[in-house]
Write a protein that binds this ligand. Structure first.
Ligand SMILES: [Zn+2]
Ligand SMILES: [Zn+2]
Length: 390
């Protein structure tokens, strides 16, 4: 997505920063916000994307030059001032709105990106500038790679650990089978889908609003010779079932890429990709922390005091854990390689057991007698440390 972010600010570098400084800062930030390091953290994911986008432009000297000149970047602006007056028909510009959201909304409606938000890397911006700067050269738009699609999928704790196969219904644009993407066939005249017959499209880019003659129909509002199947769009929306294999060890927020299952590109350009983010449901007792499993295990006072071998639940079933004499409440024990198997690293995490000491129900006289006896043997103040520090 294009954005109004300041790429230099995003990468924490000065305007005149060297390529070396940019690369260094990028690496540091990419590590910090990487989705694998921040599973499930939406804002980190967003920052990660911004950092990628900023680096993509600033690391390329040509793109950076354009960015420095115009304050934004588009693949369709030639470096060195392609928008010179007199170079072609000039768009009308209004400076009456600064709202970016209009632009994105308008674009989503016009482009029909599917039910979910699609995250093409340039999407609307590229559209606008291809309209602006290619108009003099002819009505045809350049082939454009299809947009990526984002879906999320809920899986339960055990499916995440063991891996699973699932079917996902996705709605995507596919190449029209009648015209094979060209948009022309037969001999029909239909209402232009780009401008809905109005003959013009208006779009926002930053502070500027452009009113353009519809590039698809050249302003007539109608398309001649349009393919009857897709109304000249070259692609049709359809819902299909995609078989998804989630590998063992998937985390909450893990992102899987299914190549080529995004929207079809225009004019025979390649399709985008489908991205599936897994949402892993919590287990009532096992808590996942990356590949480690955390669990609180109740322990009787005498087990903790005398030491014991206790059975604890693990994801493999019951496993013996030896706790030493004098174990205290909240103490943690690491059970090596009893955590989640991660298919990517080919290793298992650990299980961390936190001890929760339980006090017995004291109802009978004999138990009270023993506890009083115990108190007599330990006259020391259990809060001595506390008093020493307050
Ligand atoms: Zn068609
Ligand atoms: Zn039109």
């Amino acid at each position: 997505m294009p954005s109004k972010q300041d790429f230099y600010e995003t990468l924490h570098v000065a305007k005149g920063a060297s390529q070396d400084e940019i690369k260094k800062s990028y690496r540091r930030l990419a590590r910090k916000y990487h989705p694998d390091v921040n599973p499930g953290d939406k804002s980190a994911e967003e920052r990660f994307k911004q950092v990628q986008e900023a680096y993509d432009v600033l690391s390329d000297s040509k793109k950076r030059q354009i960015y420095d000149q115009y304050g934004f970047y588009s693949d369709n602006i030639p470096a060195g001032g392609g928008a010179a007056p007199g170079a072609g028909p000039q768009p009308n510009m209004n400076f009456d709105s600064f709202d970016f959201s209009d632009f994105f909304q308008g674009n989503a409606q016009a482009g029909g990106a599917g039910r979910r938000a699609a995250t093409g890397n340039a999407g609307g911006f590229r559209d606008i500038f291809s309209h602006l700067f290619n108009r003099g050269e002819g009505p045809e738009e350049a082939p454009e790679k299809g947009q990526d699609l984002e879906y999320s999928m809920n899986i339960d704790f055990w499916q995440a650990i063991k891996g699973t196969q699932a079917r996902l219904n996705i709605t995507r644009y596919d190449v029209c089978p009648t015209c094979h993407g060209s948009g022309t066939a037969g001999g029909q005249t239909v209402t232009c889908p780009e401008c809905n017959g109005t003959g013009s499209v208006s779009q926002m880019a930053g502070a500027m609003k452009f009113n353009l003659t519809c590039p698809k129909c050249g302003g007539s509002g109608k398309l001649k010779n349009a393919c009857p199947t897709c109304n000249g769009e070259g692609r049709i929306a359809h819902t299909e079932t995609v078989e998804v294999r989630i590998p063992p060890g998937a985390r909450n927020g893990s992102r899987l890429r299914v190549p080529g299952k995004g929207n079809a590109g225009s004019k025979g350009a390649p399709s985008g990709d489908l991205y599936i983010t897994t949402r892993v449901e919590e287990h009532p007792y096992f808590h996942r922390e990356g590949d480690d499993i955390q669990i609180r295990v109740p322990v009787a006072v005498w087990e903790a005091g005398l030491g014991a071998k206790i059975e604890v639940p693990t994801i493999d079933g019951r496993t013996l854990l030896k706790i030493p004499q004098g174990t205290s409440n909240g103490q943690k024990f690491r059970m090596r390689e009893k955590g989640v198997f991660n298919a990517r690293t080919n290793q298992r995490g650990d299980q961390i057991v936190e001890i929760a000491i339980e006090t017995p129900k004291v109802q009978d006289e004999r138990t009270k007698e023993i506890l009083r006896e115990l108190a007599g043997l330990h006259p020391e103040d259990p809060r001595a440390d506390l008093w020493a520090k307050v």
